[in-house]
Design a binder for this molecule. Sequence first.
Ligand code: TXA
Ligand code: MG
Length: 348
Amino acid sequence: MNNGTKHKNFLFKNHNIKAYSTNTPQLLIQLYDMKTLVLSTSEHDIEHAATLLQQGNLVAFPTETVYGLGADIFCEDAVNAIYRVKGRPSDNPLIVHIAHIEDIYNIAINISDQTKILMETCFPGPLTVVLTRHPSLGDSFSKGLSTIAVRMPSHPAALSLIKKTGHPIAAPSANISGKPSPTTAQHVLEDLDGKISAVIDGGNCAVGIESTVIDMTHENPMIVRPGHITAEEISTLLHQEVAYVSPLDHSLPIISPGMKYRHYAPHATIDIIDADELHNRYIDESVILSNILVNRGVHTELFPLTTQTLFAAFRLADMRGYTQIVIVLDEKSKAQEGLMNRIRKATA
Ligand code: TXA
Ligand code: MG
């Protein structure tokens, strides 16, 4: 038995709405040529954003990982609009964001003790758990899968927005599909200005790459997307082996639909140089990501190589018309599985 029995009225905070009906208000989901409001993280603005969500509109918001494009999970039209606005493949399910750990029992079942330990330790934070979907929940964001991906973000504006909306929020990264995930409100506007109702500007995202996604529906936990929280950390916490399913390993079945899509891809070509091979190589006409000194010309833009700078550098390269991005890999960077995964995906 899971704690879900405690919540059998399915009352989410603030709202006495029967949870599993897809209650879509009569609303204006105008998709194009709308004015996209830029809101602050003030209480007043977040309240306004929550009202927009409750009315079936799309609002982008900051999280500690990347900006998300949110829809109230009970507004089916809004959830569908996410796919149209992003150009997202229709079989790629969305992560559901909650603001209280207990809310998980309204959307998932068969929650193991291991999952509870993970949630108690890592929620709120940059971790998404894949669980068995609650049978009475509609599958508009799960795309027919029997599972559901759930995350509790730690960014105060995200938590406040979910609480004020009173329902969980379905949210992919707030970029056009195939583009790098946005780590500032400006990045969101570059892709979605005029197509969504609002974006809450919460500054730069602290982590900079998307959450670690871990499938907890099997005997052994499986990481289907690496991130800031690592397999080793989870393995130590759970005293259990944690498998890592590489998207490049074609011998394994696709466990997470997002694994098969090209992501995070800039137009510029990416040239990866091992720090040991750098010697005194001269680099010009490039965006460079490097933590060590580089012999470079004046037509370059230099960023440190970190999860916080990667996507911003990709976007800047395309915006300024650079045709080459040079990434200098040092030992410390090579050890970061989330960072290396995003670099590999961008070059795949
Ligand atoms: O950090 C993040 O996770 C950000 C912020 C906004 O929370 N969100 C995010 O969402 O990156 P998105 O949609 O860009 O990536 C979600 C990934 C996709 O690869 C998707 O296939 C996978 O999670 N996913 C979603 N539901 C799943 C499920 N039921 N089973 C397996 N994978 C799932
Ligand atoms: Mg994404």
